[in-house]
Write a protein that binds this ligand. Structure first.
Ligand SMILES: Cc1cc2nc3c(=O)[nH]c(=O)nc-3n(C[C@H](O)[C@H](O)[C@H](O)COP(=O)(O)OP(=O)(O)OC[C@H]3O[C@@H](n4cnc5c(N)ncnc54)[C@H](O)[C@@H]3O)c2cc1C
Length: 443
């Protein structure tokens, strides 16, 4: 029998103190990828006493997808993209260059396979199941972030004033309400507010008050700069003894007798006891050589960062504008606006029309928030799974672990996912269930 042996991978690991290396407290761990997920994983591993090295092809941490995301810690809005309505909306948007979600079918078997799995998740039953799983990780993660902040004093332009989801379409608002119940059951605090209350929460919305239908406010959610956080956390990790090897590209995994023997990089072979893949969208490319198929596919998104001119004209509460699926986060004297998703493979170049769509929508909502000519454009590749749930845990190889596929919520989930994986590797029972989070759910 193979290593799967019909067992749940997530469950055959933490059956005692360090089940992987019985009796050994500290192991040598190689974390592949220094995005927000990789650095958070390294932090919790180092705190647990392991000898950690982080490898990344970039010259520093959080240079790829974790660089300029929407900034939201949106645990109470952690709903997957795959809903019963999404296929119809995607069809409607198919011909629009400014569509919030853009499927361009390409001759890419990985995209076709991903899309079929995505469609299979667009049922009410799967939506409930996937929402529970995503919210479980996201809520746990937000609590870990709060704890980490208290323990380290880390600063990253954070704001702890909640997230307000605003609606301008009556039907969309009504259809969103059952989700509030699901979230309630998952322990999320979400408050239904009318248009006037939306303006009370965020006064910069006053001039669009007549167009607002209402909103959903989650007071416990947060926002902050994921790049600043990761850079600072990497510094804290270095103080804890973590080694960072930047400018080092992982080329392939070296397999020994049923386990990993090392990774081949452009700077030579690196070895460890345990390997953790936190390569975001690129994880499947490296896993392919092992014959492991994990349905993580890049979903390209855009952000614009506008220097704030008039303080009162820019929002100070993080927002989700349901009409255009765009998020807003105030990062001190900058306003970060992010949105759109398109499936164009691994191309992360900025397409002018898509980036301008985000900027135009921001300037329509907050016309006097800042100087649009100084806005900075950015595009990144969300490592997306078809069910909107990350892939955290073991693989059929006993010394290889995954922490990827966090999609739209990698910043929200980074601390929780890092903590969970460090617990699994250390042989400690995780504080939340890992059910439905492993790669074994894909069969
Ligand atoms: C427009 C946009 C808005 C978003 N908004 C939010 C938000 O508001 N809230 C939220 O929670 N999430 C948001 N996200 C999602 C979030 O940014 C991602 O989920 C998260 O950054 C993923 O982190 P990661 O560490 O897994 O991946 P990455 O940050 O991409 O890290 C992977 C690392 O692996 C390295 N790497 C890859 N291949 C190799 C190789 N072969 N050798 C060596 N190194 C390699 C890369 O250099 C990179 O540093 C947004 C994403 C986008 C695009």
């Amino acid at each position: 029998m193979g290593p799967w042996a019909g067992e749940k991978l997530s469950q055959n690991l933490y059956s005692g103190p360090n089940a992987i290396f019985p009796g050994i407290e500290s192991v040598k761990v190689l974390v592949l990828g220094a995005g927000v997920v990789g650095v958070a994983t390294a932090y919790y591993l180092a705190r647990a006493g392991h000898e950690v090295t982080v490898v990344d092809r970039q010259p520093g941490p959080a240079v790829e997808t974790s660089f300029a995301n929407g900034g939201q810690i949106s645990a109470n809005h952690a709903t997957p993209w795959a809903t019963p309505k999404t296929p119809w909306k995607a069809l409607k948007w198919l011909w629009r260059k400014d569509a919030p979600l853009l499927f361009r079918m390409r001759a890419d078997p990985a995209l076709w396979r991903w899309t079929l799995r995505f469609l299979a998740n667009c049922t009410s039953h799967r939506l409930l199941l996937n929402t529970e799983r995503a919210v479980r990780v996201a809520v746990y993660s937000r609590a870990q972030l709060v704890e980490l902040r208290a323990a380290t004093g880390i600063q990253y332009d954070q704001l702890t004033s909640g997230i307000l989801h605003i609606f301008r379409n009556e039907l969309e608002y009504r259809q969103a309400l059952p989700q509030v119940e699901v979230m309630d059951r998952a322990g999320c605090r979400r408050v239904l507010v009318n248009a006037g209350e939306c303006v009370d929460i965020e006064p910069a919305l006053a001039h669009v008050r007549p167009h607002l239908i209402g909103g959903i406010f989650s007071p416990d959610d947060e926002s902050g700069d994921a790049h600043a956080f990761t850079v600072e956390l990497a510094r804290i990790c270095a103080d804890l003894g973590v080694t960072f090897r930047y400018g080092t590209t992982v080329q392939r995994i070296v397999l020994g007798d049923g386990r990993l023997d090392g990774v081949e990089t452009d700077a030579g072979r690196l070895t460890a006891d345990i390997y953790v893949l936190t390569l975001g969208s690129y994880a499947p490319l490296i896993l392919k050589s092992l014959g492991l198929k994990v349905p993580v596919y890049p979903a390209k998104g855009y952000s614009v960062t506008i220097p704030v001119g008039d303080d009162d004209q820019a929002p100070s509460v993080s927002l989700i504008d349901d009409e255009f699926k765009i998020v807003y986060s105030r990062l001190n004297d900058r306003l970060r606006v992010a949105g759109t998703a398109e499936f164009t493979g691994y191309d992360d170049s900025v397409t002018e029309v898509r980036a301008r769509f985000v900027l135009d929508k921001a300037m329509e909502l907050f016309p006097n928030c800042g100087d649009r000519s100084k806005a900075e454009f950015w595009a990144g590749l969300r490592p997306s799974t078809p069910d909107g749930v990350p892939v955290i845990g073991a693989t059929p190889y006993p010394n290889l672990f995954l922490n990827t596929g966090h999609g739209t919520l990698g910043w929200t989930m980074a601390c929780g996912a890092g903590h969970l994986l460090a617990d699994v590797i250390g042989g400690r029972a995780p504080e939340i269930s890992l059910d439905g989070l492993g790669m074994d759910r894909f069969g």
